[in-house]
Design a protein around this ligand. Sequence first.
Ligand SMILES: [Zn+2]
Length: 256
Amino acid sequence: MKLNGTSSNTPLNGSNGKQNGVSSNGHGLNGHYTADDELVDDIGDAHSASSIDTPMRPDAFDLDDDLKVDLIEEHFREIMNILGLDLNDDSLSGSPRRVAKMYVKEIFRGLNPANKPKPTLFDNKFRYDEMLVEKDITVQTYCEHHFVPIIGKAHVAYISSGKVIGLSKLNRIVEYFCKRPQVQERLTVQIAEELKTVLETDNVAVIIDAKHLCVSTRGVHDVNSSTITASYSGKFEDEATKQELLRYVTQPSITI
Ligand SMILES: [Zn+2]
């Protein structure tokens, strides 16, 4: 049984057949809950990331977006069929294509490096050498273990090395890495690493506070908890600088 959900006649199957360390044998075609199912659940509930880079196959972009939409539509229709839904119903008939377009062109468009923002750097003409904090940036991403939303806020900060970027570009960078199946730890590190590269400085901090709908709407059904992750580099590793940042992000936001 294929765990990657693709049929063998599409080029989507990885050539090595790697299935994230989950063996295919014993994974119940007959509907029984097996040890493999338990392992899959445990990986999901642990919310652990396997690497800093989003795990992608080398052939990830061999298919163009329109073909991906067509293929996902086909496969999502099959999922709905298996669930017993009547695809002839007017309300459901468009869902497979709707979901496929949403996956490729909206919520997972950040998988494609071609969609990465290309911020322009400016000289720091004001000689502003204190930290700049952009707080309460909207985070809307999707848990890669359950494919349901993670919603929250990101606070990003940097101390200029002589270059600055437009404020909205900070939001765009956060948004780009959100548009992928994610785990929060990886999202935090990916944003931090990109900011370091773009801003040509190690003086970068990223804090994310987010609610995982896989925790609130299923599994443990905890609607109150949120998850906080942080990355501090360069001058932000200095305790006083870190505390200054934390004061800014915890003070109430202004209302206008
Ligand atoms: Zn999850």
